[in-house]
Design a protein around this ligand. Sequence first.
Ligand code: SAH
Length: 381
Amino acid sequence: MQELTSLALESGQPAYRGQQLFDAIYRQRIERLDQISTLPLEYRTRLAEEGWRVSLPGLAGKFVSSDGTVRYLVKLVDGETVETVWMPEGDGGERGDGSEAGDEIEAGESQEHVVEGFRPAGRGQAPSPRLHRATICVSSQVGCAVNCKFCFTALLGVKRNLDAGEIVGQIVAVLRDQGVNPPSQRVNIVFMGMGEPFLNYDNFMKSVRLLVEGVGIPESRMTVSTAGIVPRIYDFGREAVRPKLAISLNGSNDTLRGDVMPLNRKWNLAELMKAAREFPLRTREKMTFEYVLIEGVTDAPENARELVELVRGMRVRINLIALNPGTELPYRTPAEERVRAFREILVASGILAFVRRPRGRDIFAACGQLKRTVEIASVSP
Ligand code: SAH
């Protein structure tokens, strides 16, 4: 917004042209400069002559899962592609922390349960006739540098960071394709696609501000997940406007976590948990930890007990993710029984724990499966 205002001022235009540009790009989602009818023709032409372009990333592929999840292959201006996932339905129970909607099997949180379509009056905008609980999972980098042993994106390595416009662009393009319009229709954003958002911190934070101010999605409906870039966790805690935080734990002791996440050798569990414990949570906010259950590696009852000790006394929720498998990986998915037993140990210790329902495994859209798969039947966008 500030940048657009400066752009307008530099060309001798009134400051409000910045706002007009902003609204045209982010609210009305106009795709071409010459179509922004709120601007004088002369100014539109001049911007075009100066080389300015308004562009939305193209949807180069669209894969629809039997569970309704849609995986988009999004093409950027330089021809690189990233993936963005649309998860249409929520978890069947809004629990007041929006961005978690759409992902988990509800368990043990009944006092926060709000009946569908019935929301306390007098707060915020009126609910739309059809209550949307869709979640968009967005990428922050082309590939990823973190190299977690169980994640497919790691196989790609990292090519480059996305800029803020490319992060927001994925969301705007998907909203358009789905015909959903915030803020009147609700949508949750999770920064959990390809890449490590905290290794592209400034662009990620800028995209958050654009989404809040431009697209009309409040930060309370956003969650960012980090593999554990400790210095950025401290920075993030100091942000005035920020999404909720989730940390990928995935191992209950340093040896185990170091094996599956080599990053643990740089920032070990003691450092990570210190940052997590010092993180300034807001009222009613909880720290989320993700924990991927890998058969015979991270899923032992002993691991669950270690996890209980790690988070003792913290206001947390733990999202358990049974490994989404793939032929390139040497790991297997634990049996359902094993997953249930692991969760039971956490719950018995008074910890809020959920098993994240796999979404779109059949189209390679589930957690950790984003690696730009194009070899399956595509439905044209
Ligand atoms: N880089 C960030 C954002 C990605 S979030 C992060 O690591 O947090 C993706 C989530 O999926 C992470 O919690 C990650 O641990 C998990 N994940 C990765 N590969 C997976 C797989 N094969 N099966 C299940 N979950 C996986």
